[in-house]
Design a protein around this ligand. Structure first.
Ligand code: C5P
Length: 405
């Protein structure tokens, strides 16, 4: 039951902060729930947290080493506070003690968990757990007010019997509820009711029955954008070249091989779409006519005659009743200039330009984008492709709404 409800957890990196409260034992169950939903979990255990549960418990359940030291040279070398902050798609503190809530309210950075919370751009949530008097105390309520003003999410607490024998508000929510709320952090609703069409991956252009021309595109960026669009509430159709990737939840996938097949699949659906995002690395050329039988190695030299493939993106942009069009431009130099030229030449609404080479681009986990449209340039700083995709979708949604309004 909870697995269905938590589809948004698929492929997510959840950083779970466990602090000093008797409810820390429930965090062990939470790690399992998050992983059942498809998330990868890393645990940061505060000094208070280690009084209640051992790092070994969380290491075994999460399958990852547990992090606790801010200034430990070995730990910093493996994955320091900045690396953890960038790794995470969301930070959830469960249980969140009165102490950690006070420390976050002050913006402190003198332990690992507090420093990660300061250093991250992703959603942060607290699931409070404390005695009902401590919960009701004006100091705690003031602190939570400050956290809410900074858009830190609050899950619970619940009411009921407490470990100390008292009854009242302050019990941490159950693991199932926290997992569900965590999944909900990714539901932005920014594209609710809209139809998004995407292309992703490489294309394969047949030379003969067993050989083809292709490129190194992994499809990762496109799949991440498709997933982010689905989480933002859109109905998503992904026209994909051959990739090794799993279809993101709630995404309709149409498999194609060649640029011509991709062109046909996209044009058949383009007028129904509100937004078209072309992330595919479409082969520019294809063999004039694939040979029907496997080519034998008889001659010393072999020439292949190639012909230009249709430009899928430009054709969608040229439709009179077409969707808002977003293209990608991968460049090794003169990034903005070449991207602006592509935007104008293909008649696009928006282009996401990324620098390739030096560890960025096709086969890399991380990327950075300069998004250009009629309103100017928006820089999306280097981040894992999944995070970058969410920021790109947020930017597209904002632009789409203004254009309609
Ligand atoms: O012209 P260039 O290939 O650099 O343009 C890249 C953009 O155009 C990408 O968004 C890509 O998905 C799209 N494209 C396309 N069909 C082609 C070539 C590129 O949709 N044949």
């Amino acid at each position: 039951m909870h697995i269905l409800a938590n589809k948004n957890l698929a492929n997510k990196h959840i950083l779970l902060g466990v602090t000093g409260s008797i409810a820390a034992y429930k965090a062990a169950e939470l790690v399992r729930r998050l992983r059942e939903g498809g998330a990868e979990v890393r645990v940061v255990l505060s000094a208070g947290g280690t009084e209640f549960v051992t790092p070994l418990t969380f290491q075994a359940l999460s399958g990852n080493p547990v992090h606790s030291e801010l200034l430990d040279t070995e730990a910093e070398a493996a994955m320091g506070h900045i690396a953890l902050a960038r790794w995470a798609d969301a930070v959830v503190i469960a249980p969140a003690s009165a102490n950690v809530i006070a420390r976050l309210a002050q913006g402190r950075a003198d332990d690992l968990l507090a420093a990660v919370c300061l250093a991250t751009e992703v959603p942060v949530a607290v699931a409070p757990a404390m005695n009902q008097q401590m919960w009701a105390n004006a100091a705690t309520q003031d602190n939570l007010q400050r956290l809410r003003a900074r858009r830190i999410h609050q899950f619970g607490p619940a009411e009921g019997g407490q470990a100390c024998g008292e009854t009242g508000l302050g019990r941490m929510l159950e693991a199932d509820d926290i997992a569900r709320h965590t999944a909900g952090l990714f539901d932005t609703g920014a594209l609710a009711g809209l139809q998004v069409l995407l292309t992703a991956g490489p294309t394969q252009e047949a030379i003969d029955p067993v050989r083809y021309l292709s490129n190194r595109s992994s499809g990762r960026m496109g799949y991440a954008v498709a997933q982010a669009a689905a989480e933002a509430g859109a109905r998503v159709t992904l026209v994909s070249g051959p990739t090794a990737l799993a279809t993101p939840p709630r995404v309709e996938r149409i498999d194609v091989r060649s640029a011509e097949e991709m062109h046909t699949a996209v044009l058949a659906r383009a007028t129904d779409a509100d937004i078209f995002i072309a992330t595919a690395a479409v082969a520019d050329y294809r063999p004039v006519a694939p040979v029907q039988q496997k080519i034998k190695k008889t001659a010393d030299n072999l020439s292949l005659e190639l012909v230009r493939n249709p430009d899928i993106l430009a054709d969608v942009a040229a439709l009179t009743d077409g969707p808002l069009t977003v293209g990608f431009a991968a460049e090794t130099e003169n990034l903005l200039e070449y991207a602006r030229d592509k935007l104008a030449r293909k008649g696009l609404d928006m282009i996401a330009a990324n620098r390739v080479g030096n560890g960025l681009g096709f086969e890399a986990e991380e990327n950075a984008l300069s998004v250009i449209d009629a309103e100017g340039v928006t820089e999306l700083a280097q981040a894992p492709k999944t995070q970058l995709a969410r920021r790109l979708i947020a930017r597209i949604a904002e632009y789409f709404k203004r254009r309609l309004g």
